[in-house]
Write a protein that binds this ligand. Structure first.
Ligand code: SF4
Length: 401
């Protein structure tokens, strides 16, 4: 297919595909799906080989959020029955992180619900980062604490944080339909603050909230422009008790097309499959490893993932290998940029308080205004695959790692 040959060539050169090409990936037929995966897989292997980076989530503070993100079980008024607790102590967080690292993770993502941290919260998280770094040599730490005020990104960087996550989630045009208590511009501002402080920026999206194909392409192009080093792709988990609980409109095939499109638009970026992997990709998860080079190990913030051991077996069975702490995740041109950025703006190259992080996916929407050929068929509700997290951080039970 000419489209796929063109996209592979562009991906290997870090050249931005046209919007029409990105939309065409989302509109491919099931007959062409394996060809799409194979083509995007070439780009993935060119920049990341067969390595899979494992990340481990520690929810430092769960629920009790005053914001109203529609997809989130931690939002104001949520009736999801999730674990609710306030800040874990540094030792508790470090213990949870150690379980993930022992399971093979190389990055720990420290997440807290809420609009954004106070300066006192930042001090508290700084102590936690210090404890984790002292007890786990070589670990990467990413913070995900919501909207940042001036100076907070610098403070986190000084404390030893390597990265900061804050997702755009959806297109600028539809953001107001998902959340009313903060804006898309607020989110962009926080990603820029992380960049400016020398943190590796992590910013991604949630698919399945009722967006059109155009919306998906919009948010991925915006992410390329923002130039994060990692892009988590969440697939909305429609959790009962959230406004998007009835929005089951993803299929495994749709998820694979979305991941392929993200890989073509952001070829040299760490593309991470985040929340919703087990629920929406289901038995197709191994195919998605040909597109993404990073996943979360074990559980998510408020929902349970498959057993950590099953994640490791899947990676090995699919012919991939877990990336170890001695290996540099990013391609050389990015790794050397220091603190993020593929540095590709100039060459038309490359370029969530959620991500299964704060506001990790919970619900979904209408498949909207996409062209007829690209409208995803509705997925069947799989509430049997959704389990609220009852183990790990904030409980007395062992974490899943
Ligand atoms: S996504 Fe974050 S800010 Fe939004 S409701 Fe959930 S915890 Fe609060």
């Amino acid at each position: 297919m000419d489209l796929l040959n063109t996209l592979v060539d562009k991906g290997l050169r870090r050249e931005l595909p046209s919007r029409e090409e990105a939309l065409a990936v989302l509109a491919t037929s099931d007959d062409d799906l394996l060809d799409v995966v194979a083509a995007a897989g070439k780009v993935r292997r060119h920049w990341f080989g067969r390595r899979v980076k494992l990340n481990y989530l520690v929810n430092l503070k769960s629920g009790l959020c005053p914001e109203d993100c529609s997809y989130c079980s931690q939002r104001l008024g949520s009736t999801t029955g999730i674990l609710k607790y306030t800040w874990l102590k540094p030792d508790e967080a470090s213990k949870a992180a150690a379980a993930g690292l022992a399971g093979g993770a190389k990055r720990v993502c420290l997440v807290a619900s809420g609009r954004g941290p106070t300066d006192r919260d930042v001090d508290r998280v700084a102590g936690t980062i210090k404890a984790i770094k002292e007890q786990n040599e070589g670990v990467e730490v990413c913070a995900c604490l919501g909207l940042l005020s001036d100076g907070q990104a610098e403070r986190l960087r000084e404390a030893g944080a390597d990265a900061y996550n804050h997702n755009l989630n959806t297109s600028e045009g539809t953001y107001g339909e998902i959340t009313t208590t903060h804006t898309y511009a607020d989110r962009v501002d926080t990603v820029n603050k992380a960049h400016a402080a020398g943190l590796s920026a992590c910013s991604g999206l949630i698919a399945g909230m009722g967006e059109s194909d155009e919306d998906l392409v919009d948010v991925v192009y915006s992410l390329r422009e923002l130039d994060p080093d990692s892009v988590p792709v969440n697939f909305l988990i429609p959790v009962e008790g959230t406004p998007l609980a009835k929005e089951w409109n993803l299929t495994p095939q749709r998820c694979l097309r979305i991941l392929a499109m993200v890989r073509f638009v952001c070829p040299d970026v760490e593309v991470r499959i985040a929340g919703g992997r087990e629920v929406h990709l289901r038995t197709m998860q191994p195919l998605a490893l040909h597109l993404a080079n990073s996943i979360f190990l074990g559980d998510y913030l408020t929902t349970e993932g498959q057993a950590g051991r099953a994640d490791l077996e899947m990676i090995a069975d699919a012919g991939f290998e877990v990336e170890d702490t001695g290996q540099v995740t990013l391609p050389e041109h990015r790794a050397n940029a220091g603190g993020g950025g593929c540095g590709s703006h100039a060459e038309a190259g490359c370029g969530s308080h959620e991500s299964a992080g704060c506001g990790s996916p919970e619900s979904a929407g209408v498949c909207g205004s996409a062209p007829a050929a690209s409208t995803a068929p509705a997925g069947e509700p799989r509430t049997d695959l959704v389990a609220v997290r009852r183990r790990g951080a904030g409980t007395d039970l062992a974490p899943n790692a």
